[in-house]
Design a protein around this ligand. Sequence first.
Ligand SMILES: Nc1nc2c(ncn2[C@@H]2O[C@H](COP(=O)(O)OP(=O)(O)OP(=O)(O)O)[C@@H](O)[C@H]2O)c(=O)[nH]1
Ligand SMILES: [Mg+2]
Length: 396
Amino acid sequence: MAGPLLLRSIFSAASTTKSFTSHLPRRLPPLSRGFSAGPATAAAAAATDPNAFLDPNRLRNVAVIAHVDHGKTTLMDRLLRQCGADIPHERAMDSISLERERGITIASKVTSISWKENELNMVDTPGHADFGGEVERVVGMVEGAVLVVDAGEGPLAQTKFVLAKALKYGLRPILLLNKVDRPAVSEERCNEVESLVFDLFANLGATEEQLEFPVLYASAKEGWASSTFTKDPPADAKNMSQLLDAIVRHVPPPKANLDAPFQMLVSMMEKDFYLGRILTGRVSSGIVRVGDRIHGLRGKESGVEKIEEGKVVKLMKKKGTNMVLIDSAGAGDIISMAGMAIPSIGHTVANTEVMIALPTVELDPPTISMTFSVNDSPLAGRDGTHVSCILACPPY
Ligand SMILES: Nc1nc2c(ncn2[C@@H]2O[C@H](COP(=O)(O)OP(=O)(O)OP(=O)(O)O)[C@@H](O)[C@H]2O)c(=O)[nH]1
Ligand SMILES: [Mg+2]
């Protein structure tokens, strides 16, 4: 499923922005690390220090989390649009065909947007309980979370689940009361929902710092967010600037060591027809460049096992809805790479001198599990029409 998906995004990127050319002989320029508001200070720093663009202080890694249908993907559309991305259709982050068919998000997806001097890696997550593991897997990659709550419905079961995960990983949350445009949503209702969410934070053991979450009121559908309650902001405030500013102000940049050897925990995986396995994760330390020798490591009870050695063939980042090539990436950033065929989710990809596997994310066990097997009851085959497994569950 992910293979054709990625290919489609790659091809659309190649046809629209000419940014991804893995299968073409001519190498086009990689992602320019320019920021939308391109400040003179950043340019000056880059001129003196070639690694200035790798500075983790300009990064913010944020997950958008919520109960199902509270408006995460619609919000992502607005954020992407505000930062200049081309949105081919509504709910652009729902790029898997099954997601589009069902109208729900199934897999977590990351994209990067530039805002003023900063680069925000935003992760859209599913809200459905069946895909809770997708949220658990990505909360370790980010420092902040935008907790979206439908102001009409208030916090629901999955709000509690995703918030518990976010608080456990020490994320700095921002509360966004969405769907304020709905007629039933009043200021009183918003205050009520806000205090319900505050209670939820307290019951889940939030720290003092996490309890000081900023609150924004938004209509993702109409494309605006405001730090004060309103149902109709003035025309020049009908945008997502206040949310983007709140993210930059409130979410801390990643604590990252660029001088240590390169290490990355694989959190997502896709398949590309030309490049093979594409591994996505957060660079936990060091700098990685195209051509670097790396290896894949798996942590076992008996120690660390080396599963493959190779080199970085391509480094990529999702910018808006397009995949773009980059030459290097530093600690704290969320990137994708091609070049290794065996490492998978939960494995560590690292510089060949590192023999330490990063700790993996422990997913909650399933609520219910089933085992299907051949009927070995003493009465097996004595009654009924379909008495054997081959007839009851034909393999065709
Ligand atoms: N009225 C109103 N509707 C909204 C708003 N934001 C989202 N919606 C609608 O809510 C529905 C769900 O939106 P999504 O963005 O898919 O919600 P989601 O949280 O991503 O859903 P999952 O990923 O499946 O959990 C869609 O029909 C949206 O049009 C809003 O601000 N106001
Ligand atoms: Mg969604």
